[in-house]
Design a protein around this ligand. Structure first.
Ligand code: AMP
Ligand code: ZN
Length: 490
């Protein structure tokens, strides 16, 4: 950029409920920890919103010039059906009901999650940190904090939340109703106290259990994130992310553990960031309610995963986002429009893999400079991706600006959007729904025949062909401005 000052990156810190400038612990470095999936089931598309948000944050940090270290954990032990100390262990329950080993369950759902990560173009973190690989470290951590901060009950070792300063500040438990959601456990000193180690009960037949000074059992769910974030990022690192539900119980409990371990009032991360929920009025974002929406459901309907990524980018991460098929298909239409514009732009720039778009020229067109500055301002404002997308639209429409320069700029934008814009085309976007009654080849063949019939003014034949396509669920889109030509209607 030329004369414009580089905007500071402002991020919303849930601890203060305010925007704060990002000031890394170590100059030039950004260390981020993201609470990952519990691999007892598939991740629904709401869960994937949390990882899209963390990815956008990581990409933005890189765009702003930081060297990113991102850790995402995989929870394969300890998470109960309630985030507090109630219910069954989600992993044990899934294994018992399917008759499979818990390790097989974990492997299957971890791999399914990674497949979705790839399909959504989410950047791989520096490490996927698996909870059960860290049991010894969890035991060491628990032993260290136990004397001053924990007490034992028949059911296990519990953290005394009155032993740390200002417990629950993140959740604002004093002012909101966070605590009321925590299930009572006999003998707990405070309702908010939580399990650090859960003893296996005699009637339980656990597949996963380890010896400990407090009996055979398994770690409490919150322990893993304190242990793994400290191990890989340090006692005080930059940013911790998760869904908004974690602001209530899981993250306040992590903070309490971190304070106990470091004998300080420090929370562990300087900035705690939370994405709001993807909601669905039909209840399709609840795994306990039966059928729920996964990425594969969208793909089966012929919707490219990147349309979902775009749908998330169109909303601010702190706003609730309502899922409807209409919203999703509007995002797909916008993506198709981008694909058509990108195809034209690449043609105009005579673009091939050898075209150098790795950097902007020293003196770019003023519109390029302005757009880059506007983009930086938008994403630096607590990741305002919705605004940043309008700047992309604008530059796509700047027909008089040099095409290679525009491509180079869009390549920079896409390091944040992750929409694969340089390769995006109508063909890559087209997915035939898995359950479609007709193949794309048959559709194309009928369309070619129909075009010939129309050229011969044989409108009766053309109508017959259209009716055949409609009967197979294909919508023929004559004169579609996006050049889409056909779609399978659902
Ligand atoms: P889990 O697998 O339940 O541990 O959740 C993985 C991530 O998804 C966590 O960060 C949750 O806070 C987040 N999450 C859960 N439900 C939603 C939702 N409907 N929308 C957005 N994020 C969610
Ligand atoms: Zn966590």
């Amino acid at each position: 950029m030329t004369d414009t000052a580089i905007p500071a990156l402002m991020l919303h810190n849930s601890l203060t409920r305010q925007l704060e400038p990002f000031q890394p612990v170590e100059a030039g470095q950004a260390k981020v920890y993201t609470c990952g999936p519990t691999v007892y089931n598939y991740q629904h598309i709401g869960n994937m919103r949390a990882f899209l948000f963390a990815d956008t944050l990581g990409r933005t940090l890189r765009f702003k010039g930081y060297d990113l270290t991102h850790i995402i954990n995989i929870t394969d032990v300890g998470h109960l059906t309630s985030d507090a100390d109630a219910g069954d262990d989600k992993m044990e329950k899934a294994a018992a009901s399917s008759g499979q080993s818990i390790w097989d369950i974990a492997r299957h759902y971890t791999e399914a999650f990674w497949h979705d990560i790839k399909r959504l173009n989410i950047t791989e973190p520096a490490k996927w940190s698996v909870a059960t690989d860290h049991i010894d470290e969890m035991l060491d951590f628990a032993k260290e904090i136990a004397p001053k901060h924990c007490y034992e009950l028949d059911s296990g070792l519990y953290f005394d939340t009155s032993s740390v300063p200002d417990y629950g500040a993140l959740a604002r438990v004093a002012t909101e109703d966070g605590e009321s959601r925590i299930a009572p456990v006999d003998g707990k000193k405070q309702q908010s106290d939580f399990a650090i180690w859960r003893k296996s009960s005699p009637e339980e037949n656990r597949q996963m259990e380890w010896d400990s000074p407090w009996g055979k059992g398994a770690p409490g769910w919150h322990l893993e994130c304190s242990v793994m974030s400290m191990k890989y990022l340090g006692q005080q690192f930059d940013i911790h992310t998760g869904g908004i539900d974690h602001r209530e119980i899981h993250h306040p409990n992590e903070i309490a553990q971190n304070q106990a371990k470091t004998c300080s009032g420090h929370s562990g991360a300087n900035i705690w960031m939370h994405n709001n929920f993807l909601v669905d009025r039909g209840g399709k974002m609840s795994k306990s309610a039966g059928e729920f929406l996964v990425l594969e459901t969208l793909v089966k309907r012929g919707i490219h995963p990147l349309a979902y990524r775009l749908m998330c980018l169109q909303a601010h991460y702190r706003s609730e986002l309502e899922f409807t098929w209409d919203n999703l298909s509007a995002a797909l239409t916008r993506l198709k429009r981008m694909a058509a514009a990108m195809e034209k732009l690449r043609d105009k720039a005579d673009y091939s893999e050898n075209t150098d778009i790795s950097a902007l020229p020293e003196h770019p067109h003023p519109k390029i400079d302005q757009a880059l500055a506007a983009f930086d301002t938008a994403i630096s404002d607590d990741l305002n991706t919705a605004k940043a997308l309008t700047i992309l639209d604008d530059i796509l429409g700047q027909k008089r600006v040099d095409a290679v320069q525009r491509l180079a700029l869009i390549a920079r934008f896409d390091t944040v959007f992750g929409l694969d814009l340089l390769a995006l085309s109508r063909i890559t976007l087209r997915i035939t729904p898995t359950e479609a009654a007709i193949t794309p080849e048959d559709i194309e063949a009928k369309l070619v025949e129909r075009k010939a019939a129309r050229a011969d003014k044989d409108f009766a034949r053309s109508d017959v062909l259209r009716d055949e396509l409609v009967a197979a669920g294909v919508e023929v889109m004559d004169g579609d401005p996006l050049g889409w030509e056909w779609a399978i209607a659902y």
